[in-house]
Design a protein around this ligand. Structure first.
Ligand code: M6R
Length: 621
């Protein structure tokens, strides 16, 4: 959703705030804005609809003076109010003394707005955020905590419902920012050596300046000054925070010579997978990162749910095949947004695996909470240290994919599949469905997959050429069987979100039950083909499906194992993959589909890092 940053320290705030926004633009690009506190006790504010470059162009005109060493900035994904200048953050109180930025949704904003209007104040935007600026001003000017900005913020937060990260600056309170969070992310960046501090939605915003960070628990308020930070709970209770070191550096958050972050992230997939798998077998079995679950709690699991959204959901669908096969446990994979509304049957022997790159997806977080209320155990597979979903889970396995900036998930998806396979092996060992030597053998096989992904990447030139050739198509269908089916779904999602093209993924066996009616002359159909050696029955059935669609005029794009001669006669385009074991195929077969979608989108002239209407993390339901 939105990206927010705040800075206090000895340097000019504006370039640091703009740089932080540039690194977080993936979180939203409907508008951007900054507020800088000047030494003359005024706030300079600049806001502009559209991408960050529009704001920078406005600042370059010199119309607004923005000197000062305390500042805040915001990049927006619109929820309340359209993506216009007047709805761009920061929002101010009527005297222009307080500026506020916000990520999330304030659910009770309507009655609060009425209360403000009844007090005779005219609101100047359609946002839920502006009410906070006015409430904060009222508290600071004449509330119980008058003259105390942190106390006033705490009082306001206690009145808010919903999800919010807020950062506020007051023109008359020098060298100080106050921030608060509930259900939306906020991390502190500590650069004590330089006497400077940051707050941001994501460590990427300040990684160029410090790798020392602090994650904040729920309902926490933090005051930052050049001297340090102070955390308290705004709803009572103890301060809740944890210091951590960020294990990647600024290079990881740069494009490194690639045209787009997504291109770089596709290329980084062998490393993302290798880093995720490395060190998770210690001779006695699979080791998770954080385990607050006992061995016997894993052993008594009798049912598994996987909950997630988007590509993370597809990773869960892939994992179902492996976990069921390895553990003989029933596995249900559920869209997180549906999970808690259908009253799933959960108890203390249910393991819920929550998969999330960001660790902050609202639907997945709520599914985790629902599961825990029903006493189920929750294991998180997550790429973001310090995020909320791992905080609220009983065990965590981190995907060490590094920062993923492109909105479309690529390396995070592959790393998720790798990580959840580790979970499957851990469960199989705990339940005794695999002996230690079998777990070790499967772990070794999994550990060979980064090399197979690297080899796949060297085979992508024909896919790029194909992407340019079919870029004008109206639609593309994707078919697969077994683990190839979720791969087909993932391929279709990539194409929809990047190229804005109609794309659907189907289980190939379902074709004759309806979707085959969509086939018309020239329609490109991508078919993810199983190995003829390890899955001969499925392979021959899929071959029949290919013949059926080709007979009806489709142009077939066949993704098949190297040396599979049987498919060649039915392939208008043949994309070859290295030979890998059947359950590992998604790790290589997804790669050409990512490259294809990126290439089609590029040929159609779209920004593949920032697809329209999307944001990287979805922190509202
Ligand atoms: O951060 P999460 O993994 O929880 O995000 C889930 C989805 O929003 C995400 O995978 C989304 O579908 C991507 N844009 C897909 O490329």
């Amino acid at each position: 959703m939105c990206g927010i940053i705040g800075y206090v320290g000895p340097r000019q705030a504006l370039p640091l705030v703009l740089d932080g926004l540039r690194r977080m633009e993936y979180r939203g690009y409907d508008s951007a804005g900054v507020a800088i506190q000047s030494e003359e006790a005024t706030l300079g504010v600049a806001r502009k609809a559209g991408v960050l470059a529009n704001l920078e162009a406005l600042i370059d005109t010199g119309e607004v003076a923005l000197p000062g060493s305390t500042g805040i900035g915001h990049t927006r994904w619109a929820t309340h109010g359209g993506p216009t200048d007047r709805n761009a953050h920061p929002h101010r109180d009527s005297h222009g003394k307080i500026a506020v930025i916000h990520n999330g949704i304030i659910e009770n904003f309507a009655p609060l707005r009425r209360e403000i209007e009844d007090a005779g104040i005219e609101l100047t935007s359609d946002t839920d955020t502006e009410v906070v600026a006015h409430l904060l001003a009222a508290e600071y000017n004449s509330g119980q905590a008058a003259g105390d900005l942190p106390g006033s913020m705490a009082a306001v937060c206690r009145r808010l419902l919903g999800a919010f990260t807020l950062v506020a600056v007051h023109a008359d309170v020098p060298d100080l920012l106050v921030a608060a969070r509930r259900n939306s992310p906020l991390v502190i960046g500590v650069n004590s050596g330089e006497g400077e501090m940051f707050v941001a939605s994501d460590v990427a915003a300040f990684i160029a300046h410090t790798r020392e960070a602090v994650e904040l628990g729920q309902d926490q308020l933090v005051v930052i000054t050049p001297q340090g930070y102070e955390v308290s709970s705004f709803s009572g209770g103890e301060p809740d925070y944890r210091e951590f070191h960020v294990d990647w550096d600024t290079d990881a958050a740069e494009k490194g010579g690639f045209e787009y972050f997504m291109d770089k992230e596709i290329a980084e997939q062998p490393d993302a997978l290798a880093n995720t798998l490395r060190g998770h077998f210690d001779g006695t079995g699979i080791v998770l990162d954080e385990q607050r679950l006992g061995e016997d709690e894993l052993r008594t699991v009798d049912k598994v749910f996987v909950v997630s959204c988007g590509s993370s959901y597809h990773a869960g669908l892939v994992a179902k095949y492996a976990i069921e096969h390895w553990t003989r446990l029933p596995v249900e994979v559920e869209l997180a947004s549906e999970f808690r509304y259908r009253d799933p049957v959960l108890d203390r022997d249910t393991l819920v695996i929550a998969i999330s790159q960001s660790g902050e997806t609202a639907d997945t977080l709520e599914a985790v909470r629902h599961a825990r209320r029903q006493r189920a155990r929750v294991l998180a597979v997550c790429n973001t240290n310090g995020s909320q979903i791992p905080r609220e889970s009983d065990a965590v396995l981190y995907t060490h994919a590094g920062p993923e900036i492109g909105v479309a998930s690529t390396k995070a998806f592959l790393a998720q599949v790798g990580a959840i396979y580790l979970v499957g092996l851990a469960l199989a060992q705990a339940r005794g469905t695999k002996y230690l030597d079998e777990v070790e053998r499967d772990y070794r096989t999994l550990s060979e997959m980064p090399a197979a992904v690297a080899e796949t990447l060297t085979m992508m030139d024909p896919v790029r050429a194909l992407g340019r050739e079919i870029a004008d198509s109206k639609a593309v269908l994707f078919l697969g069987r077994h683990v190839g089916y979720p791969v087909a779904l993932e391929g279709a999602l990539k194409l929809k979100e990047l190229a804005y093209m109609h794309a659907e993924g189907f289980a190939a066996g379902e074709l004759k039950h309806g979707p085959i009616a969509l086939i018309e002359e020239g329609l490109p159909v991508v078919v993810v083909t199983p190995s003829p050696k390890s899955q001969p029955v499925l392979h021959s059935k899929l071959l029949s499906n290919i013949r059926e669609i080709q007979a009806r005029g489709a142009r077939t794009i066949v993704i098949a194992e190297e040396g599979d001669d049987t498919v060649a006669p039915f392939a208008d385009w043949l994309i070859e993959l290295p030979r890998v074991p059947a359950l590992m195929q998604p790790l290589v077969a997804t790669v050409p589909l990512q490259v294809l979608a990126a290439e089609i989108a590029r040929a159609r002239g779209y920004d593949i890092d920032k697809p329209r209407n999307l944001a990287k993390s979805v922190t509202v339901e």
